[in-house]
Design a protein around this ligand. Structure first.
Ligand code: NDP
Length: 452
């Protein structure tokens, strides 16, 4: 039987190898470190997991596709972007994970997201593997016609790699209902199939699940509430800072407000807004979802209670709760220090890997409840899997039914992470709990299915 320290040194060796084999992919290295640094206790305790090749297979995607995406802008000029789909692990079910359209997208970013997705999807208990994709296309400032032409060109290559039993993409940054519509239309045209289960996040009149747009934000708030309950508190009367102003941020603010908390901020890449009266969601949705505008317009139209701070750190705003809901590495050491100084009680990640490793360490040392994205934001992919189930049965569930299922899944994920952390001598450490619980489910399936 190997000891924890022997196991850790094997994992450290593997981490060095990952860095060499995957050069210039810092986000993927970070995600691999974050997981592999917590697995030593479970691998030491369960010798079958120490089998040579198991973790090595887990960190290597089953398939990676990179392709050219040519399209014409409104002036008739040909533009060329790069498309990606990383099919990371299908031991538990078809690859499942969103598409991100953002200029910062590259292979390393998609691999970090795909790697995280394996464990997140395992935690839902719903039989979905891990994958992720996207493009360095920037939808900001593009007309609907340009976005449509881009999506059609993207799908003209992607369609041959996906399918309801193979790989099921959804949205992520820069990919919402509009983009999913154009992507689905092109898939249907090329394949001549009404295959609703090939994409999730569809419109509600043509196969989309009720509550899917809300699911990631709602789920994260439910996870934060569960962490607070462990400490004998609830959301009523708590002040919350939320970053971002896209899909996840908007529905995080909506659920916080519904449960009696006061969400006082939102942001985008231009800066942040503080609204002492609490964010007015109708106004924010009008600006972001209808007009596709910037958050400074919110402060201009809201009146005296709100101000816009260009640039700056939203984490300087004093609050009981922080829910980062924009992008990776947006909450660093300085931000964590400011949050701790202002007495934050819980940080729950709506975005993927928004908190740097140094910041996670500081928050945990200070006794702040910390919910990692792979557990806290799993509500989105969970309801995507429920959308697949509805598509398969050619039926549509009521909003109440989907919300009940979402709440049950988030409670179960919280309990699993909490109990797993206790089992491995790390009480209250949701990072360790989520990584180990997700790993156990995937590793058991991989072992049973042989060396593939
Ligand atoms: P959206 O595109 O709807 O919104 C993204 C928001 O984050 C925008 O306000 C955007 O501002 C801001 N943002 C993005 N990149 C940056 C950046 N580099 N710097 C500053 N601000 C930035 O995306 P989502 O709300 O869907 O996704 C947000 C996060 O949640 C991502 O990390 C995503 O991976 C994660 N997530 C999403 C799920 C989903 O169901 N949609 C599921 C699980 C996780 P701007 O417009 O100025 O760029």
């Amino acid at each position: 039987m190997t000891t924890r320290s022997e196991t850790q040194s094997t994992l450290d060796h593997l981490l060095t190898e990952i860095e060499h084999r995957n050069p210039a992919q810092p986000e993927f290295h970070q995600a691999a470190h974050e997981v592999l640094e917590t697995l030593a206790p479970v691998i030491a305790a369960r010798p079958e997991y120490a089998e040579p090749g198991l973790v090595e297979r887990l960190v290597e995607p089953e398939r990676q596709v990179i392709f050219r995406v040519p399209w014409q802008d409104d002036q008739g000029r040909v533009r060329v972007n790069r498309g990606f789909r990383v099919e990371f692990n299908s031991a538990l079910g078809p690859y499942k994970g969103g598409l991100r359209f953002h200029p910062s997208v590259n292979l390393g970013v998609i691999k970090f997201l795909g790697f995280e997705q394996i464990f997140k999807n395992a935690l839902t208990g719903l039989g979905i593997g891990g994958g992720k994709g996207g493009s360095d296309f920037d939808p900001h400032g593009r007309s609907d016609a340009e976005v449509m032409r881009f999506c059609q060109s993207f799908m003209t290559e992607l369609y041959r790699h996906i399918g309801e039993h193979t790989d099921v993409p959804a949205g992520d940054i820069g990919v919402g209902g509009r983009e999913i519509g154009y992507l689905f239309g092109q898939y249907r045209r090329i394949t001549n199939r009404w295959e609703a289960g090939v994409l999730t996040g569809k419109g509600q009149g043509w196969g989309g699940s009720l509550i899917r747009p809300e699911a990631t934000g709602y789920g994260n708030v439910l996870f934060a509430a569960a962490m607070l309950r462990e400490r004998g508190e609830d959301l009523e009367g708590q002040t919350a800072v939320v970053s971002g102003s896209g899909n996840v941020a908007i529905y995080t603010i909506e659920k916080l407000t519904a449960l009696g908390a006061n969400a006082v901020t939102c942001s985008d890449s231009s800066g942040y807004v503080v609204d002492e009266k609490g964010i007015d969601l109708d106004l924010l949705k009008q600006i972001k979802e209808v007009e596709r505008g910037r958050v400074d317009a919110y402060a201009e139209r809201r009146g005296a209670s709100a101000r816009f701070v260009p640039g700056g750190s939203v984490w300087d705003v004093p609050a009981d709760l922080a829910l980062p809901s924009a992008t990776q590495n947006e909450l660093d050491e300085n931000a964590a220090t400011a949050l701790i100084r202002n007495g934050v009680k819980a940080v729950s990640e709506g975005a993927n890997m928004p908190t740097t490793p140094e910041a996670v360490h500081l928050l945990q040392q200070a006794g702040v409840a910390f919910g990692p994205g792979k557990a806290a934001n799993a509500g989105g992919v969970a309801v995507s899997a429920l959308e697949m189930a509805q598509n398969h049965a050619r039926t549509a569930w009521s909003a109440e039914r989907v919300e009940e299922e979402l709440a049950a899944i988030m409670t179960s994920i919280h309990t699993t992470c909490h109990e797993t952390a206790e089992r491995y001598d790390a009480p209250g450490d949701y990072v360790t709990g989520a990584n180990i619980a997700g790993f156990e489910r995937v590793a058991d399936a991989m072992l049973a299915q042989g060396v593939i």
